[in-house]
Design a protein around this ligand. Structure first.
Ligand SMILES: Cc1cc2nc3c(=O)[nH]c(=O)nc-3n(C[C@H](O)[C@H](O)[C@H](O)COP(=O)(O)OP(=O)(O)OC[C@H]3O[C@@H](n4cnc5c(N)ncnc54)[C@H](O)[C@@H]3O)c2cc1C
Length: 645
């Protein structure tokens, strides 16, 4: 990059070329880069870092980069853990943190306009002063931006009630080299939103977002439960989510994580002393190498502590509604075998929910690595996915897990693992674990993004979509300057079989012919005791892309024909292996769709008006249908609202 060109860039957007600033933007928090740094190797640095303050500056910087054929890396806060914002030699990094305007909440539409560079906690603090919240609460809330959340489809600690961040984005403005465009509610013509969310800066720089907000919760109810085993707790979580009780937080810690986190007060200890010693050993530089060189033994020893585990569950919102939901949820959890540990474990988790993630550096300094992997699948596949990934990681690492993004149809698993700090070992662990996740029918990524780290695995998962992504990219970025080389490298995959048509009763989903007439489809489902959660008078394919409530996942899986080839998108509650255009194709492409269903036998009550914070299971022509054990009491609250109104 020549000095004259740089001087021109600096004349219209604040730009820094000092080594320190460039180094600070050379890498995100991908543990592989941390390993290299500890080894004394510096990552490739961008040539310059620009700090646009508004869309005009951003546009000018992009035009400049196109004119000089300079690669561009959009940068939020660099908290990504997959290398997505990592430096590209000679690139221009666009640090967006100065585009940090937060508007006034529009109380009528429950939305707020936000600049992409707003740091998460600043957004929540500002909204709280206005009486609102987004309730997006990733552990990285202090060191990540709203634009970064959208670009990598982040998930927060309250995803069970409010959804992932992509569910909270009502609209976006995006500036691409060829043109600026709008998505969602602001879209004019084709809505590219499903492609841009999760595209990690490859389809344009998000320059403004319209974010959905909720009134600040009036009250909160948190509690801990002890379960005899992880499978027993999974069953309780599944029943809780399928009973339409909408908890805000559901977090199960496996037995090892329960003990290490000190959550196991009241958990009978068969080996916590042993485990304490092992963890103590991890803290000591001198002894670290030995236990980590015997990972399988270490995992086995840790397993001797017993099977008991702790589940944290919480409800929040309008007091009367939260009280009804929490009371029924509490009853359900006790009936499912949970032992009530009281409010303390839940309140403690809530107060410390952002603490743990910032304590990893000493592990790297002691010659090891620590990393996390988040995968997800339907309830019926959960035991197989858990076992396969755990075994793959456990070959080389000490492993534990928690289950913290829990949906009606399935659950995410968040593995934490520690291994000896060697790069080839690190790569081997990951490639084995990613293959295990895909082989067990899960998504390779639930919310950490893709980056160069999971690019191949994501491309395999979304095989068949790569040509569509490339077409879009050519249209929006014809010179290919944005995050070059990503998101989908070419991969060869055999043409998949069509998914089997049928109902998965554990996950409450059905895979159905997408073009089947409504009457035939509904009769087929009714014979098996189910109905569609989102009823439609026509074929499923015609309604796949209809907007749903933000927390709802209307299409979990799809098979479709693109350019004469079958593409199968695995059925998972949420995948963020890149963008999720499952529902974004023209109706005639679809062969099957996997959608949520409801049991006909479930207790249901019809109401004509909803009290604030009450969530219906279904809308019908006659009104809203409330379902599950709390339906009658919630209907009474709705009736009271009606009388008052
Ligand atoms: C301690 C810790 C805890 C974490 N906990 C969570 C968690 O609970 N949940 C979770 O989801 N993630 C978590 N993460 C991962 C990370 O915080 C998320 O991936 C986050 O969304 C990244 O945001 P960022 O602003 O830092 O983006 P960056 O890391 O700067 O960028 C991520 C990607 O988005 C692109 N990008 C950034 N801004 C824009 C924009 N405006 N327009 C277009 N592209 C853009 C970048 O080019 C890059 O490809 C955690 C990370 C750490 C270090």
């Amino acid at each position: 990059m020549n000095v004259e060109a740089l001087a021109r860039l600096s004349s219209f957007v604040d730009t820094d070329v000092t080594p320190l600033e460039r180094l600070a933007h050379a890498r995100d928090l991908w543990p592989r880069s941390t390993l290299a740094m500890v080894d004394g190797r510096l990552p490739p640095s961008p040539a310059a870092v620009s700090f646009p303050q508004h869309e005009g500056g951003l546009r000018a910087a992009l035009d400049w980069a196109v004119a000089h054929r300079v690669p561009v890396v959009p940068w939020g806060a660099g908290s990504g853990v997959c290398g997505a914002a990592a430096g590209v030699e000679g690139a221009l990094t666009l640090d967006l943190k100065r585009m940090n305007r937060i508007g006034q909440v529009d109380a009528a539409t429950h939305t707020v306009r936000v600049g992409p560079g707003v740091i998460g906690q600043h957004l929540e603090d500002n909204l709280a002063r206005q009486g609102w919240a987004s309730r997006h609460s990733p552990s990285s809330i202090w060191c990540s931006t709203v634009g970064g959340w959208a670009a990598s489809r982040s998930a927060g600690q309250f995803s069970s009630r409010y959804g992932k961040f992509e569910d909270m984005v009502a609209a976006m403005r995006v500036v691409a080299p060829a043109r600026a465009y709008r998505t969602g509610r602001w879209a004019q013509g084709r809505d590219l939103g499903p492609w841009v969310l999760g595209s990690e800066g490859a389809l344009g720089v998000i320059s403004e977002l319209l974010v959905r907000v909720v009134p600040l919760p009036e009250s909160r109810w948190m509690r801990g439960y002890r379960f005899a085993s992880v499978p027993a707790a999974w069953e309780a979580m599944r029943r809780l989510m399928q009973a339409e009780l909408h908890p805000c937080a559901v977090r199960l810690y496996d037995p090892v994580d329960t003990r290490i986190g000190g959550r196991g007060k009241g958990v009978k200890s068969g080996g916590s002393g042993l485990l304490k010693n092992l963890v103590g050993t991890l803290d000591s530089r001198a002894n670290l190498a030995l236990p980590l060189s015997l990972p399988r033994l270490l995992n086995r020893l840790a397993g001797w502590g017993g099977d008991e585990c702790v589940l944290i569950v919480g409800w929040e919102g309008q007091t009367d509604v939260a009280e009804v939901l929490a009371r029924h949820g509490h009853g359900l959890l006790l009936e499912a075998g949970g032992f009530d540990l009281g409010a303390e474990p839940g309140d403690h988790w809530y107060a410390h929910r952002h603490d743990v993630s910032y304590k990893l550096a000493p592990i790297f300094m002691r010659g090891a690595f620590a990393d996390t992997m988040e995968v997800a699948c339907t309830w019926s596949r959960l035991p197989a996915l858990d076992a396969a990934v755990r075994a793959a990681l456990g070959e080389d690492c000490f492993v534990m897990a928690h289950y913290s993004h829990v949906y009606r149809e399935g659950c995410a698993i968040y593995f934490t693992f520690v291994g000896r700090g060697e790069e080839d070992r690190y790569d081997r662990v990951w490639s084995r674990a990613l293959a295990a996740a895909a082989g067990a029918g899960g998504t390779v990524c639930h919310h950490h993004g893709v980056g160069p780290h999971k690019m191949l695995a994501a491309a395999r998962e979304l095989a068949g979509l790569a040509p569509r992504f490339a077409e879009l990219r050519d249209e929006l970025d014809p010179t290919g300057i944005l995050n070059p080389g990503r998101l989908f490298p070419p991969v060869e995959t055999p043409e998949p079989e069509a998914p089997v048509v049928g109902v998965d009763p554990r996950s409450l989903i059905a895979t159905l012919p997408a073009q089947q007439p409504a009457g035939e489809r509904d009769a087929w489902l009714a014979q098996r005791g189910y109905m569609l959660r989102f009823s439609t008078d026509g074929a499923l394919a015609a309604s796949a892309g209809q907007p749903r409530a933000p927390w709802e996942s209307a299409v979990l899986g799809a098979s479709l024909h693109l350019d004469g080839k079958r593409v199968v998108l695995v059925a998972v509650p949420r995948s963020s292996a890149g963008p999720d255009p499952r529902a974004a194709f023209p109706a005639d492409c679809y062969e099957t769709l996997t959608v949520p269903v409801l049991p006909l036998a479930q207790h249901a009550v019809l109401v004509s008006r909803l009290a604030p914070d009450v969530r219906p299971a279904r809308s019908t022509r006659e009104g809203w249908e409330l379902r599950g054990p709390a339906a009658t009491e919630l209907a009474a609250l709705c009736a009271r609202t009606e009388d008052a109104g």
